[in-house]
Design a protein around this ligand. Structure first.
Ligand code: GLU
Length: 431
């Protein structure tokens, strides 16, 4: 049976690169009907506080990464690590050394086999290292504490991990780990090393590039499903042009052999688009509840609220956008964007055009998106101006802001009464 694991070192933050490794391990296990395990590599007592451990658990919970069995805490496995070191000493695979001659006690040093080593990486292909570049290394410090390499391998053996999927910052370590598996007489798992997530400049993606930790995305109002989907696509592709996936679809489609070996660039625009797509896929009730929470009087008219949701769907990329982008639908007391007023309304003739459009709209037999558009274009032609000379002022007049959904659909949703009232009020305000 396939058994994968996520083995984070809790630091208080969970970087999206680590979380992507967790997600790939989870998907791989779920795809194959295997198990996904969790091991806290919490031996750094200063950083691995209970809060830091909880941060990892919360991030996994938020992203829906359920684990099989209880988490293993590496800090509690010290005896097993030291027993393995004893075995390696007894078998001649390790020796004691007081290298620096510090007199503080002897470290246990692992003896590399002295031959070239290679392994077939699931993402990078065959990787090889020459014997002369494979030096002996400490597995137990002179203070008696086991080193990462020993603990990591001993725990993976005891957890019967079959596939180690992790960041490619561990490629170099893997040669040492292989030698440890062999010396301990344990079956060697398959390894797959994931390329880094980088920013637009090709540098490691960090806090300076925007949200870098799972908690930042959660606090920013993004959807777990969207982050999950986006991180999966950051370094993997399904082989066709699908991008928006449900979780069952991802479990079905995921495979390691389509993981790319080059670095994956985090693209904020694309991520926000992805969030919007997942938002849109949520049931209408969820949208209604979010609008009402953001704008309490959105509750007053259910039909109007539904019309607003429909026309705003293409624009809202996260729930936090609702007040600023859709607030004007629910109040006549909306704020005017100063720069937009300056540019579009304080422009020669703009208010006259607005008055003429108001009259044309008042005279329409029916006020719909189509008739509102037709009337505007006809007026533009009569006055010898561009349609944009009317489109921008009317948008600002009725919403206060220069960007929004398709203008004519927005006008239709607002309805003629509101539109005429707002146009008049705007003209009076800025004349
Ligand atoms: N604690 C290590 C890390 O977070 C584990 C690496 C591994 O998956 O083996 O980088």
């Amino acid at each position: 049976m396939i058994r994968t694991r996520f083995a984070p070192s809790p630091t208080g933050h969970v970087h999206i690169g680590n979380m992507r490794a967790a997600i790939y391990n989870w998907l791989y296990a779920r795809h194959h009907g295997g198990q996904f395990l969790l091991r806290m590599e919490d031996t750094d007592r200063e950083r691995s506080t209970p809060e830091a451990v909880q941060t990892v658990l919360d991030a996994m919970d938020w992203l829906g990464l359920d684990t099989d069995g209880n988490p293993v805490y590496q800090s509690q496995r010290r005896e097993a690590h030291l027993a393995a070191a004893e075995q390696l000493l007894a078998d001649g695979h390790a020796y004691k050394s007081d290298k620096g001659g510090t007199g503080r006690g002897e470290a246990v040093v692992f003896r590399m086999p002295g031959s070239d080593m290679s392994f077939a990486d699931g993402v990078k292909g065959t990787l090889t290292k020459k014997a002369e570049h494979l030096q002996d290394f400490v597995i137990v410090r002179s203070d008696g504490s086991p080193v990462f390499h020993l603990a990591n391998v001993v725990d993976d053996i005891s957890m019967q991990v079959t596939d180690v999927i992790r960041g490619d910052d561990h490629v170099e370590n893997t040669f040492r780990h292989l030698a440890l598996y062999q010396a301990l007489g344990a079956p060697v798992p398959k390894f797959a090393h994931l390329p880094m997530i980088v920013n637009a400049q090709g540098k490691p993606y960090s806090k300076r590039d925007g949200a870098a930790f799972v908690g930042d995305f959660r606090a920013g109002g993004y959807l777990a499903e969207a982050l999950f989907n986006y991180l999966v696509l950051l370094g993997w592709s399904p082989g066709d042009d699908r991008e928006v996936f449900t979780r069952p679809e991802l479990i079905e489609a995921f495979s390691l052999d389509r993981v790319q070996s080059s670095a994956a660039q985090f693209d904020w625009k694309k991520f926000e688009w992805m969030n919007g797509e997942h938002l849109r896929a949520l049931p209408r009730d969820v949208h209604r509840a979010q609008y009402i929470q953001a704008i309490p009087n959105a509750q007053a008219d259910a039909e109007y609220l539904d019309a607003v949701i429909t026309v705003m769907e293409e624009r809202i990329k996260r729930w936090e956008d609702i007040p600023a982008m859709a607030g004007f639908f629910f109040t006549d007391d909306y704020a005017y964007d100063e720069a937009a007023v300056q540019k579009r309304l304080h422009k020669e003739g703009a208010l006259d055009l607005l008055a003429a459009l108001e009259a044309a709209y008042a005279a329409l037999p029916d006020f719909t998106a189509e008739s509102a558009e037709q009337a505007l274009r006809q007026l533009a032609e009569e006055r010898g101006v561009k349609p944009a000379d009317l489109i921008h002022p009317v948008r600002i007049a009725v919403s206060g802001i220069p960007q929004g959904p398709s203008l004519f659909h927005m006008l239709a949703v607002l309805g003629r009464d509101r539109v005429l009232k707002r146009m008049r009020r705007t003209r009076e305000k800025f004349c």
